[in-house]
Design a protein around this ligand. Sequence first.
Ligand code: AMP
Ligand code: ZN
Length: 454
Amino acid sequence: MSKIKLHNSKARRKELFEPIDPSNVRMYLCGPTVYDRAHLGNARNVIVFDVLYRFFREIYGEHNVKYVRNFTDIDDKINQRAKDLGKEIKLITDETIAWYLEDMELLGNLLPNEMPRATNYVAEMIIMIEDLIKSGHAYEAEGHVLFSVASYKDYGALSGRSIEDMIAGARVEIAPYKANPLDFVLWKPSSDDLPGWESPWGRGRPGWHLECSAMSHDLLGDTFDIHGGGNDLIFPHHENEIAQSKCCFPSGGFANFWLHNEMLQVDGKKMSKSLGNYFTVRDLIEKGFPGEVIRFVFLSTHYRKPMDWTELKANQADSTLKRWYDMCSNLEEDLKPSAEAIEVLSDDLNTPAVIALLHKHFQSKNFAQLKADANLIGLMTPEFKDWAFDFDLSKYEEALMEVRSEAMITKNFDHLDDLKDKLSKAGVEIQMSTDTVKLVPTLKLDLAKLESIL
Ligand code: AMP
Ligand code: ZN
């Protein structure tokens, strides 16, 4: 078996990866805060972790990998959003989760094995806080409970920064009730108009960091293999997760490996909601970029390098994929991924090298291997296939023209409406002007439904 090396942020270098238990490889990814559509940057770690998940399933066996990704559904941004829109919080979080899952599916990502929500873990979080207070790692002040950073000697080890640097470099909230400016909130009071839970410290809600410690412990145990997220989460989020988990479950090691992806950028700056320099995954899909093309663009850059989205990259990915699909559509063979693909992926998930290998397979007309190696990183998988073919929809266009002319004469539009309805249910977009009809296949194209129309 090829040796897997992954860049471990904790060690600041690539290290040999060996799972704690090869029959139960466990990974945790910090998921989204659900108040609005995911922007394109939010998709990056989902795609990176999906590649890792697929790779591990290939190496250790499909049923021997457990992948957990949470939904943060308690957050002040959500509360604000609910207020702004005059909607119930639960409606907003449910709706956003549904959008998120839809968008991530369009990008070809498998579902994690577990997707816990913070709201289902409040009881566990309260127990953790009680334990931390008992063991002297947390204290109560003015209705808040704070984690005492000074009580954990390794605080800062992940980011490799000194306490002074952390205070200077980050936007650390200074509050009168904090003994140390780096102390962070485990619990805070909720006014009547905010979501809250009863606790020994009054009605309130947990701070953000605690949920990941509670969920990963419940679902993956007190030591697991990999924890990840964007590198913007290293400090304070991951540093705080480590402090809480190690102090609460001192016999465990929390995560052995920390994997962090670099940021998607726009003109050299991180794409983010707060800077306003973002577009959503949905915006791109609606502009006509297929999910597979977006995924291809992401995988063309190594996950630890910053990257930009450009339409040029997308157009190149589009034509490459179409050329590949043209040659791979009727393959009978179902191959395993090549040793070479496994080897390059084993080197800290080198997806650009896998894509270079795919080009090589294409040049040497090794189409069955091209498809098998593409599948390894979640490209050319069955759920993606349809968009890349140039469907000939002309017979449906002619039929629609004819039915419309008929309707103009008879003034009975039932038949026309019925045909239009069937076409759009088959995933075809209808563009009609006074004298033309154009049909455009969408990502939702359903061939069986289409063929049953005429
Ligand atoms: P949030 O919903 O803001 O907590 O972010 C969800 C995830 O998206 C986190 O893991 C972030 O690290 C990640 N993320 C946010 N912005 C970017 C970006 N521009 N590029 C890559 N990842 C990002
Ligand atoms: Zn987290």
